[in-house]
Design a protein. Structure first.
Length: 352
């Protein structure tokens, strides 16, 4: 590479996703259960209201129009008809997603429910360049995609990408990214486990894909000249998000205390139940059967379902149980999302 070419910036600024945590699974867990847990663990239960807040007014990126582009990004995902809701709030303590603008940080987001592990004084989503352009709007969509549980598409193991690795490290080490090798490896060269992706195909048009210039990809042959930067949600993006978060049209089934209700679900499926406690007291809410389930309880406050408590029994041989005080006259909704069924017999939910 000549000196002039070495000074050229051929790659755009990229999202630098923080290292994603993987669930710690006990030795000897079956491949079926392990795959189901890895696939579902960062997804929100459908019907969750995700509250987002801005920790600054555009920082050094520039002005309130940047905030508006993020709001528009949330709306574009919502307009697909998904079951998630997005609500802007002013109190960071009430938010799951906290957004900052800082050119020193670049753009990134924690993936899905990993945001819950971040302190309420800390951001979970970052924007390091202006969003009021086609590429900037795509960045907003991309980071929101991470926030609702989706990984980088170019790291899909089914892509079959063979990189010119040293060329990738060299390109990403220069401005505007200036990444150390470990960041480049984590965000580009590292392949996801097949347990972390849905289906068996790669979508180069996904909003979760990076655009790449020529000279970084050796195979497949048709991408040696690069991958155009995706600027809009692809057909696969729309299909995938609706698979995980379908529209919720029916009211949750009402259940009575001490009456077991079957859970007839496939992996990734969800059942929702309405609880109207007959008296104010301490209750238990739990699942039964050979299943891995995440169970989340919400209470209706001012017309909105707000998080109360959750239990995740994935990878364990027992079932999770919530112990909570329920108040007569208040409405609660329990949402159970199945990772996997791994034994004989059915599964059920009950409160008592």
């Amino acid at each position: 590479m000549n000196a002039q070419a070495a000074q050229e910036t051929r790659v755009p600024p990229y999202c630098a996703q923080p290292p994603q945590k993987q669930p710690v699974l006990r030795p000897g867990l079956s491949p079926h259960r392990a795959r189901a847990i890895q696939l579902v663990h960062a997804k929100w239960v459908n019907g969750t209201v995700l509250h987002y807040t801005f920790l600054d007014e555009g920082g050094d990126v520039g002005g309130g129009e940047q905030l508006e582009e993020v709001r528009n990004g949330f709306q574009k995902w919502k307009d697909l008809g998904i079951g998630l809701e997005f609500e802007e709030v002013g109190d960071r303590a009430e938010s799951e997603i906290r957004i900052v603008f800082d050119t020193r940080e670049g753009s990134a987001s924690y993936v899905g429910t990993e945001a819950l592990d971040i302190g309420t004084d800390e951001p979970t989503m970052f924007f390091g360049w202006k969003l009021n352009s086609r590429s900037g709007r795509a960045t907003a969509l991309h980071e929101i995609g991470h926030a609702i549980g989706f990984a980088h598409e170019h790291q899909n193991p089914f892509a079959g990408i063979v990189w010119d690795e040293e060329e990738v490290y060299e390109e990403l080490g220069r401005p505007p990214n200036e990444w150390p090798r470990e960041v480049t490896f984590h965000n580009i060269l590292r392949k996801l486990s097949r347990n972390e992706v849905t289906g068996s195909t790669w979508d180069p048009e996904s909003i979760m894909e990076y655009g790449f210039p020529a000279g970084l990809i050796l195979k497949p042959q048709e991408y040696r000249d690069g991958i155009p930067e995706p600027l809009v949600l692809s057909a696969h993006d729309k299909e995938n998000v609706l698979r995980w978060y379908p529209a919720i049209s029916a009211r949750p089934a009402r259940i009575e205390p001490f009456r077991s209700t079957p859970l007839s679900l496939s992996s990734g499926g969800q059942a929702d139940f309405e609880i109207d406690p007959p008296e104010t007291r301490d209750y238990k809410i739990g699942t039964f059967g050979s299943t891995d389930v995440v169970l989340v309880l919400f209470e209706e406050r001012d017309g909105e379902l707000r998080y109360v408590s959750a239990v995740d029994d994935s990878g364990e041989d027992g079932n999770g149980t919530l112990s909570v005080k329920l108040v007569k006259g208040r409405r609660y909704v329990a949402r159970a999302r199945l990772y996997s069924s791994w034994g004989s017999g059915g599964a059920a939910l009950m409160y008592w």
